[in-house]
Design a protein around this ligand. Structure first.
Ligand code: ZN
Length: 301
C-alpha cells in the first residue's frame, strides 16, 4: 500500500510540474515553416551537397522544416515532374536545367502569386530564359541566350549613389575569376539586412555580373564590385535582392557557386534571414557573432 501511495504522490507531483511547464514561462510557440528545395539538374557539380548544406542551414534555425524534390536528370522525361507546391510556405530553387511541364510552371506561378515565398540561389537564375513569369520573379538572370531583349542591366552607380537600369545592348550574364570579395549593403533598413555590417568579406565565389531581366518590383539589398582585373564588369553588381510577384515575396542571392562559397557565414546568414523574410515578411533571427567583417572572412568548417 505504501508503495502505491508513494507512486500516487509522485504522479501527482509530475502532473503538476507538467501543467506548470505547459502554461507558465514557456517562450512564444515557434511556428515552423515548410520549405521545399527544388533540384535535380544544375551545371554545378556540387548541387546535391549544396542542397544538403542549405537544408541544414535552414533547419538549424528551428524555424523551418525542409523537404527536397529532385527532378529527372537532364534530357529525362519531365512529364511526371509535378511537385505539390501547395503544401509549402517557401520554395527554394537550386535548379538550373530543362523546362518543366506547363502544369508545373502554372502551379509555381500560382504559388508565388498567391503569397508563397520563393528563394532563388546562384545558378537557379540561369534557368528558364523564355519563361516570362519566372524572369519577373528572379528580376535578373544570366546566360542561356539572355541579352538586351531580356531587360536592362542593373548595377549600383557609386557617383550617382543609386541603382541604375541600363538598356545598353549586350550579353546577359558573365563572371570573372573566382575570388574573395566584399559585399556592400545598399538598403540597411530592410529586415534581412538590419544589424549586418555595412560591408563584409565573402569567401571565394563566382561574382555574377552583367545579369539582365525585367528587374521590376525589385529592391537591391547588397552589391559587390566586380573588378576588371579579375575579368569582371567593373561595376557594383547586385548580390542580394528582394522582389514582389503578386502577393509573393522573393529573395534572390547570386552567391553560392561552390561548397566553400556556401560555407561563408555571410551566405548562410543571409540565406536564413532571406528565407524567414519571404515566409513571414519579418526577420527575428539574430546576426551570429562570427559574421564576417569587411577585413576578415568567416566560414563554417
Ligand atoms: Zn557558379
Amino acid at each position: 500500500m505504501k508503495v502505491l501511495r508513494k507512486l500516487f504522490v509522485l504522479l501527482f507531483v509530475l502532473a503538476g510540474l507538467a501543467a506548470t511547464k505547459s502554461t507558465a514561462g514557456t517562450p512564444e510557440a515557434k511556428k515552423t515553416y515548410k520549405v521545399l528545395i527544388i533540384e535535380g539538374q544544375n551545371n554545378h557539380r556540387n548541387m546535391t551537397e549544396g542542397t544538403a548544406m542549405m537544408k541544414g542551414y535552414l533547419e538549424e534555425t528551428g524555424l523551418f522544416s525542409v523537404d527536397v524534390v529532385t527532378s529527372p536528370k537532364k534530357g529525362g522525361d519531365m512529364s511526371g515532374f509535378k511537385p505539390d507546391f501547395s503544401k509549402y510556405d517557401v520554395l527554394l530553387t537550386n535548379y538550373n536545367g530543362d523546362p518543366w511541364p506547363e502544369a508545373t510552371n502554372e502551379a509555381f506561378e500560382r504559388f508565388v502569386q498567391n503569397g508563397g515565398g520563393l528563394v532563388v540561389v546562384h545558378a537557379a537564375d540561369n534557368s528558364f530564359p523564355k519563361w516570362e513569369a519566372y524572369n519577373k520573379m528572379i528580376g535578373i538572370g544570366g546566360w542561356e541566350g539572355r541579352n538586351e531583349k531580356s531587360g536592362p542591366y542593373v548595377y549600383f552607380d557609386e557617383k550617382k549613389g543609386k541603382i541604375v537600369r541600363d538598356t545598353t545592348a549586350g550579353v546577359g550574364g558573365s563572371h570573372g575569376h573566382q575570388h574573395e570579395f566584399v559585399v556592400k549593403t545598399r538598403n540597411a533598413s530592410h529586415p534581412i539586412m538590419k544589424g549586418l555590417p555595412a560591408e563584409w568579406l565573402h569567401q571565394k565565389d563566382e561574382l555574377y555580373d552583367r545579369l539582365r531581366g525585367p528587374a521590376e518590383n525589385m529592391t537591391v539589398l547588397a552589391t559587390a564590385y566586380s573588378p576588371v582585373e579579375q575579368k569582371g564588369s567593373g561595376k557594383n553588381e547586385p548580390m542580394l535582392m528582394t522582389l514582389q510577384f503578386g502577393k509573393g515575396r522573393i529573395f534572390h542571392t547570386t552567391l553560392g557557386h561552390e561548397n566553400y562559397s556556401q560555407k561563408c557565414v555571410g551566405f548562410i546568414t543571409t540565406l536564413q534571414r532571406g528565407t524567414e523574410w519571404v515566409a513571414t515578411g519579418k526577420v527575428k533571427q539574430d546576426v551570429p557573432k562570427d559574421f564576417p567583417t569587411a577585413a576578415k572572412g568567416s566560414a563554417r568548417p
